[in-house]
Design a protein around this ligand. Structure first.
Ligand code: NAD
Ligand code: ZN
Length: 389
């Protein structure tokens, strides 16, 4: 099969790779029909995760048609169309029982290393380096879906890929971020970052009762999409975000602040190291948490800061004094995707939202390497890329 393979910093290629095989009775194999590039992939592309190895297949936002079924899988049969969440849950451990699926205790064989290197151990993730289990990703012709019954979602006939593929990650991620922001009716919600995740944070904030949404970015096309989604916008290249938010909220600050930027290609210094160097490298510290600092500083007293943005290691200079003295709450995490897929599918079916609004580029898998560059550099109005193997 063809697959998008990581070779080194800024070097991904569309290679030929072996087709995946059923390894456990709970696996299924899908023929991938749509698979997306995520802001999280940029952290790998720019090699800010030191635990990538040349040859790793990327991608964690896939869907496709079931072509082979492990012998204990009862939920799916050949020909079913399924969406695959980016995080792999067992559905049975203490964390999964509490619906903290991205904290699953059993699916990341390198959890020990992750805990040692980053202070935490996430669940296994597709296409997200050896710190999260080294699972081959879904930017490929075929994918082995692990523990399919506990994870994947069957899609009803008649719903096009474009409407449902984002159930794999960014729609649940935006929705969980808005839920984590603890929005009360009428609240003013500020969203840092108008990438794909920020766009779903904006739409989800409205669904959860926001009275006003203010979105912050610098990229004109992304600000426009935010405006189309009903947000007022701030271009951080043009004004000081803190001052502008104070003005817009009569000196009180937004009630809820969502940081949908993350380390955004900012882990300078994490160069060519591999797995064995993870601990020293990830522990090196960075000063690249600008949006997070700003969200904490801007949030009104007793407000909430929700952080879907991805961080690894030990970002520096978090203003914990302001955080404590203002009495803020912070909620964050890799998304518990499995918890949100079904309810959000229902919202799509009920036409409360059509997630395809975010797609700006639909390309062949072979165009993936060029698309990584376009997406990272935010050229050609690129907001979300869907690849069609
Ligand atoms: P993206 O890189 O396309 O978007 C990030 C946006 O932030 C860009 O538009 C950029 O211009 C903007 N930005 C940069 N600095 C900023 C600043 N100081 N203030 C305001 N905006 C700023 O990425 P994305 O796909 O939208 O993902 C966003 C973040 O969410 C990433 O960190 C990604 O890893 C993370 N993510 C988390 C989860 C999860 O489970 N928690 C899932 C998916 C993605
Ligand atoms: Zn993603």
């Amino acid at each position: 099969m063809k697959a998008i393979v990581w070779h080194g910093k800024g070097d991904v290629r569309c290679d030929t790779a072996p087709d995946p095989k059923i390894q456990e009775p709970t696996d299924v194999i899908i023929k991938v029909t749509s698979t997306c590039i995520c802001g999280s992939d940029l952290h790998l592309y720019d090699h800010y995760m030191p635990t990538m190895r040349a040859g790793d297949i990327l991608g964690h936002e896939p869907m496709g048609e079931v072509v082979e079924v492990g012998r204990s899988v009862t939920e799916f049969k050949k020909g079913d169309r399924i969406v695959v969440p980016f995080d792999i849950a067992c559905g049975e451990c203490w964390f999964c029982q509490k619906q903290f699926y991205s904290c699953c205790d059993t699916t990341n064989p390198n959890a020990g290393l992750a805990a040692e290197a980053m202070g935490h151990a996430p669940a296994g993730l597709y296409g997200y380096s050896h710190l999260t289990g080294g699972y081959p990703g879904g930017q490929a012709g075929f994918l082995r879906v692990v523990k399919a019954g506990a994870n994947a979602l069957k899609i009803p006939d008649g719903m096009p890929d474009e409407q449902v593929v984002f159930l794999s990650d960014i729609f649940p991620t935006g929705y969980m971020a808005a839920e984590n922001a603890q929005i009360e009716p009428g609240d003013t919600v500020a969203v840092w970052g108008c990438g794909p995740v920020g766009q779903f944070c904006i739409r989800s904030a409205w669904m959860l009762g926001a009275g006003r949404v203010i979105a912050i970015d610098r990229v004109p096309e992304r600000l426009k999409m935010a405006r189309d989604g009903g947000a007022e916008v701030i271009n951080f290249d043009e004004v000081t975000v803190y001052d502008r938010l104070q003005e817009m909220t009569r000196g009180r600050g937004p009630d809820r602040c969502i940081e949908a930027v993350g380390c955004e290609a900012h882990y300078a210094g994490y160069t060519d190291a591999l797995l064995d160097k993870a601990k020293t490298l990830v522990g090196a510290g960075t000063d690249r948490a600008h949006a997070l600092r700003e969200a904490i500083m801007c949030c009104r007293k007793a407000g909430t800061v929700s952080v879907p943005g991805v961080y690894v290691g030990f970002p520096d200079k978090i203003p914990f004094g302001a955080f404590m003295n203002k009495g803020l709450t912070m909620k964050t995490g890799q998304t518990h995707t499995q918890k949100y897929m079904k309810p959000l599918l229902e919202k799509i079916r009920a036409r409360e939202i059509d997630p395809s609004f975010v797609i700006t580029h639909t390309l062949k898998l072979e165009d993936g390497p060029a698309a990584y560059e376009t997406f990272r550099d935010k050229r050609d109005g690129c907001i979300k890329v869907v690849l069609k193997p």
